[in-house]
Design a protein around this ligand. Sequence first.
Ligand code: CP
Length: 307
Amino acid sequence: MEKNFRNLISITDLSIEEIDHLIDVANDIVENPDEYIDICKGKKLATLFFEPSTRTRLSFEAAMLELGGSVLGFAGASSSSAAKGESVSDTVETVGCYADIIAMRHPKEGAPMVASRRTTVPIINAGDGGHFHPTQTLTDLLTIKRKKGELGNITLGLCGDLKFGRTVHSLIEAMLRYDNVKFVLIAPEELRVPEYIREELRKSGADWKEVESMEEVMHELDVLYMTRVQRERFFNEEDYARLKDTYILDLEKLETAKEDLTIMHPLPRVNEISVKVDDDPRACYFYQALCGKHIRMALILNLLGIK
Ligand code: CP
């Protein structure tokens, strides 16, 4: 059956022009909030979160409410019929009877893609396992654009769990499409980016390198994207305990950093950024969370075909 709507499963579902347009709309929403206040009146967003979330779920819900729409959904698999064995395909087909658009997070890689084959309304991947997190990437791109003025011509350091970090995978895929982005991948051997991402970096011809020491490259970076070592993705507690504190960004390590470094983190943070860094003007991670609401407002409008 031909579907007359679009889904967002991977960041590569969007062209650079479409991303630019979403960023423009997100900025216009901030500049002209009155124009958007009732724009989604009568529309409903369902948030189907089979895995925990604070920012993604609540920013989606805040986004829809600020556009004048309504929200429904669940915040854990245990409170949905998934607990009785229902498939994600049956869940989204059912929810399509109640909502106009769906944001779905699932611990299994590929679950939103499977669901997209049966959905009758637009579906947004709000994070699938260690795979992709395209709306976090849109958030990150908006943050970088607002802070740096452009998405090219930067040295981007990505630090921490680059193996399981879905935000990192999506961000690399997105930034590979911009000119003159140098990638510095900072991770211990066990948490390096997966081979398919390394292959994409090789094929792109981009300037990139892998290092283990954050201190060694700090002075080079325009953006430092910190990530959490994710306990929930490890097969055993021993490996997690050994690797979890590999990188802790503190004020001392920032001494050699550029004055206009942009420090980002998709959050939640555990230990990897000292709370003392929060008051440094270079810390942008809570601003980044705000950008997440603005870009999700733009995305909802776009996928609903409004404005
Ligand atoms: N960045 C992010 O995905 O945060 P949550 O897990 O809180 O949604």
